[in-house]
Design a protein around this ligand. Structure first.
Ligand SMILES: [Zn+2]
Length: 700
């Protein structure tokens, strides 16, 4: 996921009155960074620097907008579109640090700043996007969009700029504009609150085990990590499991204590659904209704119609078509998986009807039985440092890149690491931060973001500063960080986003952005390399003996690739359809979250043993993460990535240089500077086909 503040804003110039020159010079955002490669000087940035820098950034952007509007020359691409694109640099600079810090090293004071500044930024953005005089100028340039002289990327920037004005309400009357601004500002506060509630509930629960007998079934490494967690939380001698996915799902997979599995799973599944101060149900009702109101003011029947117009999918019908096409084989496979597990439980004399907190435990047993593959047998081969080396070497073989760890760059947290990335010819390509392990101040999940996007100024490339943030299994006691295979794939995935950002050759920030349902192609395609024997031979080495993973284990990983995919596809599709149902609501009405979710799931025939991957009250992607009417994008992009990887496989060489070069130049370097379907076709020679995905997931 990528946080990006929209171009825009100000109107808060009055604030600057209390700022002295001395203070300004102390504020690292207000001078050029003097760090190596111009990375943010994290060691000098303090919480009190953000608001003055945001305020100054808004002021500077407002001045730039004023200059565009008051320019007496006829509007041109350079004096209007490009000038607007280049406004707001300070705002982008401070925003890129601030919004990443609120996710990776959040504190109460950063959360307070976020509450203060976010509505102001929204308002600032709205002021720009609804500035009638500015829009007149943009329109005048847009009217000549087919005149000669503009490059393809410039045409795209013009198109994007014009459309973003229209989509932000530039064509509305004054009354509608006021209404829309109110909605945007309220939505901004509501979505922040949603995320804060979720962080609070994630951190607010722990399963504390004080009897060794209650650890039955758990592998040694898992016990050690839980003991370490307890030690960190001043409960030495006990074991703690949390709602972080790496903690809870390991517990659910191995714990023989069914009552404890139920207990922690129910906590997980009812986050922000306790009718207390962190309940998200009321927020969801407000968010959905306000998004609908916003879409309708702008002339769209639903919020999904508004969002999807900008995507590769174009409209809700195309999304529902794909999801429904996949649903039938997915739920059929999930039911078959459940039947297999029930049979196994019966055979063992468990005398239970399987529930959703049993799925992971019995799936693991079936996996062992059918594939003789125990996740914990694999971990010793997936030492974090080795996996990172394997990922770097994959990038070297594909694109000729090289990586050198730096120890001289400021860090926002001592856990983070930094690398300089070099292109084939040894030139500097960018900087990469990596931050691997969970902590209370970090939100869950894994993501790739940047502290500075690549772009070109006067034809000269400004190199990006990219960051990958994860929540992987920590080192515990004498054990190094040993990942499970899911975490290995996640790291390849996020690194794929990283490559997309590092290789970007766009001139403009705006044209670097790709549609949401295309953005997962560069990341998901990288996951395919993770399980290739040729790649594993490089990185999957025993952490003690350095022995390469036995071929038999690699085979087993391959064979089990389609294992439990009925479940995985079903829980994912259920969440995607839930997202689409919320955002295709076409009439304003009070939303009762529990019954809405139930109706959505009953309609598709979801079985009780499976919940949507994210339920409404903790569906961060769609309620505070920018994936509203967009969660389907992962599988949309998976159609693309399966088809694209097939292109490599078809050559008989997963590092085929012709394909790698085409993927780099047609996809990774181009951002969204061309129509993405056209880009894809230039790489592949044809439109993507769905069959590679069905095969990969074992659904046909
Ligand atoms: Zn991703």
């Amino acid at each position: 996921m990528k946080t990006r503040i929209m171009i825009a804003l100000l109107a808060i110039a009055a604030f600057t009155g209390c700022k002295t020159d001395k203070k300004a010079s102390d504020n690292p955002f207000l001078t050029e960074y003097t760090t190596p490669f111009g990375v943010p000087p994290f060691d000098k940035i303090k919480a009190e620097h953000y608001i003055p820098a945001f305020e100054e950034g808004m002021k500077q952007q407002n001045e730039a907008i004023e200059a565009i509007v008051n320019n007496t020359e006829a509007p041109t691409f350079a004096n209007t579109i490009e000038a607007l694109e280049n406004s707001g640099q300070l705002l982008a600079k401070v925003g890129a640090v601030f919004f990443n810090m609120t996710e990776a090293v959040s504190t109460d004071s950063l959360q307070n700043i976020s509450e203060i500044i976010s509505p102001k930024l929204t308002q600032h953005s709205d002021e720009i996007m609804m500035n009638a005089k500015l829009f007149e100028k943009v329109k005048a340039v847009y009217a000549q969009k087919d005149a000669p002289g503009l490059s393809g990327e410039q045409k795209m920037l013009l198109e994007d700029t014009y459309k973003s004005f229209v989509r932000s309400g530039a064509n509305l009357n004054e009354e509608q504009k006021t209404k829309l601004k109110e909605i945007n500002s309220k939505l901004s506060s509501l979505t922040i609150k949603y995320g804060q509630n979720l962080l609070a509930d994630n951190n607010g629960y722990k399963l504390v085990i004080d009897k060794e007998a209650d650890l039955a079934g758990l592998p040694e490494g898992v016990k050690a990590a839980a003991a370490e967690e307890a030690k960190n939380q001043n409960e030495s001698g006990k074991w703690i499991f949390t709602l972080d996915r790496s903690s809870i799902f390991t517990f659910l997979t191995y714990s023989e204590k069914r009552d404890l599995r139920q207990k922690i799973y129910e906590e997980y599944a009812t986050r922000c659904n306790h009718n207390n101060g962190t309940d998200n149900k009321g927020l969801i009702d407000s968010i959905i209704n306000m998004r609908l109101a916003k879409a309708q003011i702008l002339g769209y029947p639903t919020y999904a119609a508004y969002v999807l117009e900008e995507n590769m999918s174009k409209n809700p019908e195309n999304v529902f078509n794909l999801l429904n096409k996949l649903w039938t084989p997915a739920i059929a496979k999930a039911k078959a998986e459940l039947a297999d597990m029930q049979k196994l439980a019966d055979k063992e004399g468990a005398n239970i009807k399987l529930e959703n907190w049993d799925w992971f435990y019995y799936a693991e047993k079936v996996r062992k039985e059918k594939y003789d593959l125990d996740e914990e047998m694999l971990r010793p081969y997936f030492k974090l440092e080795n996996v990172v080396e394997g990922i770097f070497s994959t990038a070297t073989k594909l694109y000729g890149l090289s990586f050198k760890e730096r120890n001289d760059l400021p860090l926002y947290h001592p856990d983070a690491k930094t690398y300089e990335v070099f292109d084939t010819d040894g030139s500097h390509l960018g900087i990469l931060y990596m931050d691997y392990h969970p902590r209370a101040s970090k939100r869950g999940g894994a993501w790739c973001t940047s502290f500075r996007d690549a772009k070109k100024v006067d034809g000269k490339r400004i190199a990006p500063v990219v960051s990958i943030v994860c929540n992987f299994t920590k080192p515990a006691g004498d054990l190094p960080a040993l990942l499970n295979f899911d975490e290995v794939e996640t790291l390849f995935h996020e690194f794929g986003h990283g490559l997309h950002a590092l290789l970007n050759q766009c001139t403009y920030t705006t044209t670097s952005n790709v549609p949401r349902d295309f953005v997962e192609l560069p990341s998901q395609i990288m996951e395919n390399w993770a399980s290739e024997p040729e790649v594993m031979a490089v990185y999957a080495r025993h952490y003690k003996t350095n022995e390469v993973i036995p071929q038999a284990l690699v085979e087993k990983i391959k064979n089990s690739g389609t294992f439990n995919q009925g479940f995985a596809t079903t829980e994912y599709l259920a969440a995607s359809l839930l997202d689409m149902d919320y955002h295709t609501v076409a009439q304003p009405a009070k939303i009762d979250v529990a019954s809405f979710e139930k109706a959505a799931m009953d309609k598709i025939g979801l079985i009780p043993q499976i919940l949507p991957r994210y339920r409404s009250t903790y569906f961060s992607h769609i309620f505070d993460g920018g994936y509203s009417a967009g969660y389907y994008g992962y599988i949309w992009a998976e159609v693309l990535d399966a088809d694209a990887f097939k292109a490599f496989k078809e050559t008989g060489n997963i590092f085929d240089q012709t394909k790698a070069k085409a993927f780099r130049t047609e996809v990774l370097e181009k951002g969204g500077s061309e129509d993405v379907m056209e880009m894809y076709k230039k790489f592949r020679g044809q439109e993507p086909a769905i069959d590679a995905l069905l095969v990969k997931r074992g659904l046909i």
